[in-house]
Design a protein around this ligand. Structure first.
Ligand code: SF4
Length: 417
């Protein structure tokens, strides 16, 4: 029998509590930590297999320095001293705009992003690039305009809701809320609660649904607009909430009046009566919404997010028990970086701006390969593999070869490392 240690899984943003048994400095057993308030003993198979990553033969345990075409093992002191000296020299010569940190947002890299961002700020740079700027830009930008801060992103109050309406999310596979499969199964089995899934595919989550709207791919914005229009036409909106908890609705109301919801629903390849019933249920019950990458990374990403806020607002389902709640500031979400603020940087080559602190990774190669005197010259990458993750591997290869300094922090050798 080894010793039991409590820790957390870092393989996704849920950070489930783990109890690991350690014998001879090796993890021999993993189980969910029932005392963890968030995960309550839940653990998925990734968490169960953390020993695979911890003790893998390919695990990198020491700093490696590229010398010619080969890597040489060096000490931690040498690595830190050399990186610090090189960074200082680059920034002294070219200024803080020459440095970017890439990390935070990918699976498993939420924790060290706190240190990466702190280093970036200490060096005077604002350039954080992360996957969040690929996935959530539209949603965060809309939060900034509607909720006041880009990081005020809402989540369904799943424990207290009696109807969960899902857009573009297959929680049975992808989590994104604590104990997602467990909670979805509970909702599905509860006769007093409803699970409604909008998904073009009969996903694992759709299979549990009471109602599955098998929407035509890419037509979510039309469906959302149709639902809003139906709710307003039928008078199902929460007038008290609209009057006392929102502002500006009158100035956008006309977008939803005289809208041909039937034609829109037909384009979505859905049944109008069923959509009308879903709209009624959402508007009249203690409902919440879960929307995810299917909306954010599909067509009309920002518009989808905006229409979601309108739907939540007219039904009074935002910041209420059982509706969608805002958890406050969460790692790895960044700060509010409104592009209208003159203090917020834009990149030199593509004039891109950050949303929630993150610049879009797909512009980084151009920012390095540019001839602008303020181009990027030094990049630290942690726990992400841009050569595999982002849009143009060749562009990244060419760009990274041009850098004066590229440092990667990784558990194993990757294409980027
Ligand atoms: S859901 Fe799975 S991968 Fe995510 S933190 Fe929990 S155990 Fe780890």
């Amino acid at each position: 029998m080894g010793t039991i240690h409590k820790t957390g899984c870092v393989l996704c943003a849920q950070n489930c509590g783990l109890e690991i048994e350690v014998e001879n400095n090796r993890i021999v057993k993993v189980r969910g930590d029932k005392t963890n308030a968030k995960s309550e003993g839940y653990i998925c198979r990734k968490g169960l297999n953390i020993a695979y990553h911890q003790h893998n033969a390919d695990r990198l345990k020491y700093p490696l320095k590229k010398v010619g075409d080969k890597f040489e093992r060096i000490s931690w002191d040498q690595a830190i001293d050399e990186i610090a000296a090189k960074l200082k020299s680059i920034i002294d010569q070219h200024g803080p705009r020459s440095f970017a940190y890439m990390g935070g947002g990918g699976q498993g890299c939420h924790f060290e992003a706190a240190f990466g961002v702190r280093l970036m700020r200490l060096l005077g740079s604002q350039y954080q690039y992360s996957a969040l700027a690929q996935e959530f830009s539209g949603a965060f930008w809309v939060c900034g305009r509607t909720h006041g801060k880009q990081y005020l992103h809402d989540q369904p109050d799943v424990n207290n809701t009696d109807l969960l309406l899902i857009f573009g999310w297959n929680g049975m596979q992808s989590h994104q809320i604590p104990q997602a499969p467990r909670r979805l199964q509970r909702l599905s089995k509860d006769k007093d609660k409803l699970l409604i899934v909008v998904d073009p595919r009969v996903s694992e989550t759709a299979k549990l649904a009471d109602i599955h709207l098998q929407i035509r791919p890419g037509s979510d914005a039309l469906l959302l607009k149709a639902m809003i229009s139906i709710i307003l036409k039928e008078g199902w909106q929460n007038k008290d909430y609209l009057a006392n908890r929102t502002s500006g609705f009158d100035s956008i109301k006309s977008y939803f009046e005289n809208f041909d919801a039937r034609a829109a629903v037909k384009t979505c390849e859905l049944d109008f009566d069923q959509v009308r019933e879903v709209a009624r249920l959402y508007a009249t019950r203690k409902s919440s919404l879960r929307y995810d990458l299917g909306l954010f990374m599909g067509r009309h990403s920002g518009l989808n997010s905006y229409l979601i806020v309108i739907l939540q607002s007219i039904c009074g389902r935002l910041c209420v028990p059982g509706g969608n709640v805002i958890n406050g500031h969460m790692m790895p979400f960044g700060p509010h970086t409104d592009e209208r603020d003159s203090k917020i940087w834009r990149t030199t080559a593509t004039h891109s701006f950050p949303v929630c602190g993150s610049f879009p990774p797909n512009v980084m190669p151009e920012e390095i390969l540019s001839d602008h005197p303020d181009r990027l010259r030094a990049v630290i990458v942690t726990q992400s593999n841009p050569l595999r993750s982002y849009a143009d591997t060749t562009a990244y290869e060419n760009a990274f070869r041009r850098l004066d300094l590229l440092v990667t922090g990784e558990v194993a050798m990757t294409e980027t490392a």
